[in-house]
Design a protein around this ligand. Sequence first.
Ligand SMILES: *Cc1c(COP(=O)(O)O)cnc(C)c1O
Length: 223
Amino acid sequence: MVDVATNLSNIEENIRQACENVNRDPEDIHLIAVTKYVTIERTKEAINAGINNLGENRNEGFLEKYNEIQNQVQWHFIGSLQSRKVKDIINQVDFIHSLDRLSLAKEINKRAAHPVNCFIQVNVSGEESKHGISPEEVITFIEQLSIYENIKVVGLMTMAPHVDDPENVRPVFKKLKNLRDDVTKKSLPHAPCKWLSMGMSNDYHIAIEEGATHVRIGSKLVG
Ligand SMILES: *Cc1c(COP(=O)(O)O)cnc(C)c1O
């Protein structure tokens, strides 16, 4: 396996390049290392290489790593979250990327000891296998969240379909950005919604060109 530091410097170079293409500041890109496929040792290697944001998509994997690593990093929960499991993780994570239904918001609100930073997951591509709310429902959904004092909407998140040529998913990223702009225009106190969580190993350079602020990279970074 290639060491994380080498992968990281390649990815940082690609991030710089993508930012340069569209005149963005690389400082505005948050790189989240997705460690769901790898061991705690490999995860620690990533931290030693300079990673300070980790993403996990299942409660078990998250808790296993959190118990060892604690608050040395910021923790991003990126997978679909079952309501009955919210209480096990909600006060350990820093960001949830997968808020997609009111019943989940209600449970987060009830179990959290303080406001939680949430990305709303949007199913932009309309693939049936994907979680997330439909683009048409985003504004109404976010407006409905205002009653939950422990939900802070920091941005939108999407997973693009897997395709051979990532150019083909550019429209998905564009659409999420437009939706984000529609939300920020509303100036809702509970939903500053400044951020865009989009882009994975195969398409993060395109996502950055289209406005991503948080990229979630697993296989090309840590394996
Ligand atoms: C696994 C996963 C990633 C990372 O995928 P790679 O293609 O390995 O970079 C990003 N986001 C989510 C939601 C994931 O489940």
